[in-house]
Design a binder for this molecule. Structure first.
Ligand SMILES: Cc1cc2nc3c(=O)[nH]c(=O)nc-3n(C[C@H](O)[C@H](O)[C@H](O)COP(=O)(O)OP(=O)(O)OC[C@H]3O[C@@H](n4cnc5c(N)ncnc54)[C@H](O)[C@@H]3O)c2cc1C
Length: 457
């Protein structure tokens, strides 16, 4: 039975309100990660800012905690809150671009693919992540690492302004001039401060075509390949920001059948710059070691942005962590190689992000993103399909994190974390943690927004 208040809410919003009484409830509470099984009290699908204001008013009146869902991609399922109210921004996906100033206005529920499509109409791109179905808001508010990171910084470094609905229902324009404390906080520490209904970004010229590198090598050559690769990247223009991935050849026709099921170390990434320059820089990748396969070529930027899409289907089971490495010394590579060999699932990968460049140019105090100077980040991605394998995969990822600890600097990346340990937030924000806590207290003193809890005990 719906209460009068709930009926009033349903009548007040242009979007929809779903509770456990509705047939749509089970589908509405699902997120991308198939291990997440949370039971919110209500899901309010918003189609405009006024809907968000109504949802917040209802949550305050009924003392419900609030989470925000944009792309629903976070592995911890933090877009959904048990026994609370989910503000679903999936109905707010408009993106507009001012080609003259390269300023992009993205609604709070826009996905990376939405932004890429709109910006490429103008020969532009915003630095975002590597899979096109990820929400730009969740990604940006906690950092945002992508192919443009070494040239143009993290996604959050490219935010110019935001529209935010605060816990008291006010709609604020947030920029360096207006509410500068909240603007500072949103650029990397932005979850649970309010509902970000729009983000304005600075875009940059890219494409329409780019050179995309994707070569694979035997894991036995990992020391040589990674040493050569890191040296190559350090000497190359900042448009070169590849990923080195320990993975397993899938049963896909693009690979020779004799390699199916074999482990590999792949080097992948588009060159952010002219195609000819990309071809020249990436030609050196063939000398990193003995090439097993080379699928490099020229592709549209939008396609490069979808390179990993089909490897991450909705509903698969995922558990991720990450480590910031101070160096890729031989002992660290030996550890990575051993971890790669012990992966319980062939879908699981260890991703080495080579950072530096524009990421490290930003002074630590300018944003709540910690660990900017760490030259490498390893994404520990346990991916599997069989629920019976949950424990084995989760334990592997946790053990991998512990094994990499001696080589790591004391940071964390919230977008690649199970969020189960509250200390993770302190590690992620480093010296900015107390200042961020002050902004939270100022804008959400009753802790209305409380999505930051992990799913796995
Ligand atoms: C397949 C895949 C690929 C990925 N690739 C990358 C990558 O290349 N680089 C990278 O850096 N990260 C990557 N990530 C991690 C990704 O950045 C995070 O999962 C991110 O939080 C997802 O954003 P979302 O909007 O989809 O998240 P959601 O799950 O919807 O939300 C995540 C968190 O952000 C908060 N939030 C979301 N939207 C808003 C909003 N509008 N206002 C206020 N709070 C909000 C939510 O409350 C929640 O706590 C990837 C994740 C996946 C699943």
């Amino acid at each position: 039975m719906r209460t009068e208040a709930l009926l009033r809410l349903a009548g007040a919003v242009r979007g929809s309100v779903v509770s456990a009484a509705d047939a749509a409830y089970d589908e509405s509470r699902r997120v991308w990660n198939g291990t997440i099984d949370k039971h919110p009290e209500l899901i309010v699908s918003c189609v405009d800012t006024a809907d968000v204001v109504e949802a917040i008013r209802y949550a305050r009146t009924h003392d419900l905690g609030v989470s925000v869902r944009s792309g629903g991609h976070h592995v911890a399922g933090s877009a959904v809150i048990d026994a609370g109210l989910v503000i679903d921004l999936g109905g707010l996906r408009e993106v507009s671009v001012d080609g003259g100033t390269a300023r992009v206005h993205a609604s709070g529920g826009a996905l990376i693919g939405d932004v890429d499509r709109a910006t490429q109409e103008h020969g532009l791109a915003v630095p975002l992540g590597l899979v096109s179905e990820t929400g730009v808001a969740g990604l940006t508010l906690a950092g945002g690492y992508g192919w443009m990171r070494r040239k143009h910084g993290l996604s959050c470094d490219n935010v110019l302004a935001a529209e935010v609905v605060t816990a008291d229902g006010q709609v604020l324009t947030v920029s360096p001039q207006e509410h500068p404390d909240l603007f500072w906080a949103l650029r990397g520490g932005g979850w649970d401060l309010g509902v970000v209904t729009a983000l304005d970004y600075q875009a940059h010229p890219v494409g329409p075509d780019v050179h995309l590198a994707f070569l694979t090598f035997g894991v036995a050559e990992a020391h040589q390949v990674l040493a050569n690769l890191t040296e190559l990247v350090r000497g190359a223009p900042r448009g070169f920001a590849p990923l080195a991935v320990f993975w397993t050849f899938p049963e896909a026709d693009v690979f020779p059948e004799e390699l199916w099921g074999q482990p590999f170390l792949g080097v992948a990434g588009p060159y952010v710059g002219a195609v000819a320059e990309g071809e020249r820089v990436c030609a050196a990748l063939r000398d990193l070691g003995t090439v097993l396969t080379d699928l490099s070529g020229v592709v549209p930027w939008v396609e490069a942005q979808q390179f990993f899409d089909e490897d991450y289907p909705r509903g698969r089971r995922y558990y991720w962590k990450s480590s910031h490495l101070a160096s890729l010394e031989p002992e660290a590579v030996t550890a990575l190689t051993a971890l790669a060999a012990s992966r319980p699932s062939p879908l699981t990968s260890l991703d080495v992000w080579i950072n530096g460049g524009a990421i490290a140019d930003v002074p630590d105090a300018d944003s709540p993103v910690g660990n900017r100077s760490a030259p490498y980040m390893v994404g520990i991605e346990a991916n599997w399909d069989d629920p019976a394998q949950d424990r084995a995969n989760i334990e592997w990822a946790r053990a991998a994190s512990a094994v990499l600890e001696p080589f790591s600097s004391p940071g964390a990346y919230l977008n690649f974390d199970d969020l189960g340990d509250p200390e993770t937030f302190r590690r992620a924000h480093g010296d900015s943690y107390e200042r961020l806590a002050g902004v939270k207290q100022a804008y959400d003193p009753t802790n209305l927004f409380r999505s930051r809890t992990g799913p796995v005990g």
